[in-house]
Design a protein around this ligand. Structure first.
Ligand code: AOS
Ligand code: MN
Length: 386
């Protein structure tokens, strides 16, 4: 058996969740560009996401964002299943109401906190309808100026709010708390790092875990160390994959720093996180200038290619070099795996499974893009807020 043949079971089991918002319009704070064929509602977003799965076999679920994807969820669930995909993680939103200007789950005003908690309870209700397991919480909470906020009090209120939400989870549901070191607040953020997220979820219980968004760290951060540590602690619940050159750029995963993606996936494999039901692989990206469905296809293929390279790492040779203190040999073994071009092997393997050898080409030749660009005329294109 070749080295590649030994990893195909793992590759076949891989599943990457797509974010519904990747199919809507997005941009920077300067401009959101419209794109021909952009979905006007959650049903069209799901149809587009299903194209990614159809051509890659890699993306069987789609994450929702509430309120942007609010609709009749029983109908949306049936629509997803008809299209060959399922509904996945439900993402809450406490960052777009005026009431949340000074916080949501951490707010000084119990009335605002209750409103934010109630929103999450609504999300849990939706999860029962959609069959979703995970409630993902990203909080845009913090302050801009020293002295503006009582950081300690906010941390205590955050715990109380999260506890109220946690207590309402069903037996098979999870609370996944995302961290981000800045933005929209610039002085302090209430959940800025993995340590704070870990401390908060550890205080809740086994059904609370951490979401690691690869774009949410200061430049130079050793993200794979965090992956290792969270897996070691049993608290890595999910990834939001994307890539960044500067801040939270939300660009295509593997585009900015392929080597970093490799290093992360090596730790995922090392820590037992690959194809583990405990760790959800999701994308959290925006396609501002490129076409969205091809952008998502490129993204899941990047993750698949880097997973294959990580799986090809000769761990025995690496371990032997580590134990004997052979620094350069250890590094050479590591780099050999990273430098392996797995694309021809993956193409052949895909074809053998009834998938297109070149999923991107297959999508571009399918006529789907031209059809949605011609058909989706009128209405309001989905974007931030819809
Ligand atoms: C925000 O910066 C976070 O990455 C969120 O995960 C995400 O972008 C948001 O939930 C989109 O709905
Ligand atoms: Mn994210």
């Amino acid at each position: 058996m070749t080295a590649f043949e030994q990893i195909t079971d793992d590759l076949a089991a891989q599943a990457i969740e797509l974010p519904s918002w990747a199919f809507g319009n997005s941009g920077t704070r300067f401009k959101v560009f419209g794109t021909p064929g952009t979905p006007r509602d959650p049903f069209e977003k799901i149809a587009d996401a299903a194209q990614v799965h159809r051509h890659t076999g890699l993306a069987p679920t789609v994450a929702l964002h509430i309120p942007w994807d609010r609709c009749d969820f029983a109908v949306l669930r049936a629509h997803a299943e008809e299209n060959g995909v399922r509904l996945g993680t439900v993402n809450s939103n406490t960052f777009q109401d005026d009431d949340y200007k000074f916080g949501a789950l951490t707010h000084e005003d119990p009335g605002v906190r209750k409103k934010a908690i109630d929103h999450h309870l609504e999300c849990i209700g939706i999860m029962h309808e959609t069959g979703s397991r995970d409630l993902k919480i990203w909080l845009a909470e913090g302050s801009n100026y020293p002295g503006q906020a009582d950081m300690r009090g906010r941390q205590d209120r955050l715990h109380e709010s999260l506890r109220t939400i946690y207590e309402r989870l069903g037996d098979d549901q999870r609370l996944v708390l995302e961290y981000k070191f800045f933005e929209p607040a610039f002085y302090h953020t209430d959940v800025p790092d993995w340590g704070t997220s870990y401390a908060q979820v550890a205080a809740l219980g086994d059904k609370a875990v951490v979401c690691l968004d690869t774009g949410h760290h200061a430049p130079g951060t050793n993200i794979e160390f965090i992956v290792m540590q969270l897996l070691r602690l049993g608290k890595l619940g999910s990834f939001d994959f994307n890539s960044r050159f500067y801040a939270d750029d939300d660009l295509i995963v593997g585009a900015a720093d392929p080597f970093q993606l490799f290093r992360i996936l090596v730790e995922v494999v090392r820590g037992g996180g690959l194809n583990s039901p405990d760790v959800a692989f999701m994308l959290d990206q925006c396609h501002n200038v490129e076409k969205k469905i091809p952008g998502q296809i490129r993204s899941v293929l990047n993750v698949q290619e880097m997973t294959a390279r990580a799986l090809l790492l000769d761990t025995e040779a690496l371990r032997a070099a580590q134990v004997s203190g052979d620094v350069l040999e250890a590094n050479a073994v590591f780099m050999d795996a990273f430098q392996t071009d797995v694309r021809p092997l993956l193409a052949e393997w895909r074809a053998g499974r009834g998938l297109p050898a070149d999923p991107m080409r297959a999508y571009l030749d399918s006529g789907y893009q031209e059809a949605i660009e011609a058909e989706r005329v009128g209405g309001v294109q989905a974007g931030w807020g819809a």
